[in-house]
Write a new protein. Structure first.
Length: 102
Protein backbone atom coordinates (compact mmCIF):
# COMPACT_ATOMS: atom_id res chain seq x y z
CA UNK A 1 0.00 0.00 0.00
CA UNK A 2 1.07 3.57 -0.64
CA UNK A 3 1.34 5.80 2.38
CA UNK A 4 0.09 9.36 1.94
CA UNK A 5 2.76 12.03 2.37
CA UNK A 6 2.88 13.56 5.84
CA UNK A 7 0.86 16.72 6.25
CA UNK A 8 2.97 19.83 5.94
CA UNK A 9 3.66 21.50 9.25
CA UNK A 10 2.86 25.16 9.72
CA UNK A 11 3.19 27.79 12.41
CA UNK A 12 0.06 27.49 14.56
CA UNK A 13 -1.06 28.51 18.03
CA UNK A 14 -4.32 26.95 19.16
CA UNK A 15 -6.82 28.76 21.38
CA UNK A 16 -6.22 28.06 25.08
CA UNK A 17 -7.95 25.28 26.94
CA UNK A 18 -9.91 26.02 29.00
CA UNK A 19 -11.05 29.43 27.84
CA UNK A 20 -12.01 31.21 29.98
CA UNK A 21 -9.32 29.85 32.27
CA UNK A 22 -8.65 29.68 35.97
CA UNK A 23 -5.65 28.01 37.57
CA UNK A 24 -3.96 27.24 34.24
CA UNK A 25 -4.48 27.54 30.50
CA UNK A 26 -2.90 25.15 28.01
CA UNK A 27 -1.76 26.39 24.61
CA UNK A 28 -0.93 23.81 21.93
CA UNK A 29 1.30 25.01 19.12
CA UNK A 30 3.09 23.72 16.05
CA UNK A 31 6.29 24.90 14.41
CA UNK A 32 7.20 23.89 10.85
CA UNK A 33 10.93 23.38 11.37
CA UNK A 34 13.57 23.28 14.09
CA UNK A 35 13.88 26.73 15.64
CA UNK A 36 16.74 28.07 17.75
CA UNK A 37 14.69 30.59 19.75
CA UNK A 38 11.02 30.03 20.52
CA UNK A 39 9.30 32.38 22.98
CA UNK A 40 5.80 32.79 24.37
CA UNK A 41 4.71 36.19 25.71
CA UNK A 42 1.49 37.22 27.44
CA UNK A 43 0.17 40.78 27.12
CA UNK A 44 -2.68 42.58 28.85
CA UNK A 45 -5.34 44.51 26.92
CA UNK A 46 -3.18 47.67 27.12
CA UNK A 47 -0.30 45.92 25.37
CA UNK A 48 1.89 45.61 28.46
CA UNK A 49 3.97 42.46 28.64
CA UNK A 50 2.83 40.40 31.63
CA UNK A 51 5.08 37.39 31.18
CA UNK A 52 7.67 36.02 28.75
CA UNK A 53 8.88 32.43 28.65
CA UNK A 54 11.92 31.63 26.54
CA UNK A 55 11.44 28.04 25.45
CA UNK A 56 14.78 27.90 23.63
CA UNK A 57 15.43 25.48 20.78
CA UNK A 58 12.52 23.28 19.72
CA UNK A 59 12.23 20.63 17.05
CA UNK A 60 9.59 20.80 14.32
CA UNK A 61 6.20 19.47 15.34
CA UNK A 62 3.62 19.81 18.08
CA UNK A 63 4.34 21.34 21.48
CA UNK A 64 2.41 22.61 24.50
CA UNK A 65 2.93 25.62 26.75
CA UNK A 66 0.92 26.02 29.96
CA UNK A 67 0.29 29.38 31.61
CA UNK A 68 -0.38 29.31 35.34
CA UNK A 69 -1.94 32.79 35.46
CA UNK A 70 1.14 34.41 36.95
CA UNK A 71 3.24 37.31 35.74
CA UNK A 72 6.99 37.25 35.23
CA UNK A 73 7.55 37.89 38.95
CA UNK A 74 5.32 34.99 39.99
CA UNK A 75 2.35 37.11 41.11
CA UNK A 76 -1.22 36.10 40.25
CA UNK A 77 -2.66 38.29 37.50
CA UNK A 78 -6.06 39.95 37.84
CA UNK A 79 -9.02 38.59 35.91
CA UNK A 80 -9.29 40.00 32.39
CA UNK A 81 -8.51 39.56 28.72
CA UNK A 82 -4.99 38.64 27.66
CA UNK A 83 -3.18 38.04 24.39
CA UNK A 84 -0.69 35.20 24.15
CA UNK A 85 1.87 35.49 21.38
CA UNK A 86 4.07 32.71 20.05
CA UNK A 87 7.30 34.19 18.66
CA UNK A 88 9.34 32.05 16.28
CA UNK A 89 12.14 33.86 14.52
CA UNK A 90 10.58 36.91 12.85
CA UNK A 91 7.10 35.32 12.79
CA UNK A 92 4.39 35.60 15.41
CA UNK A 93 0.91 34.22 15.98
CA UNK A 94 -1.47 35.43 18.70
CA UNK A 95 -4.46 34.04 20.58
CA UNK A 96 -6.88 35.95 22.81
CA UNK A 97 -7.89 34.44 26.14
CA UNK A 98 -10.04 35.36 29.09
CA UNK A 99 -8.61 34.79 32.55
CA UNK A 100 -11.01 34.40 35.46
CA UNK A 101 -8.32 34.94 38.07
CA UNK A 102 -8.01 32.98 41.28
Amino acid sequence: SVKPPPAALSLKLSPPRPNPGRGHARFDFQIPQREAAVEVAVYDVNGREVRRDRLGMLEAGDHTWTWNGRDGAGRNVEAGVFFTRLEVGSRTVTQKSTWLGW
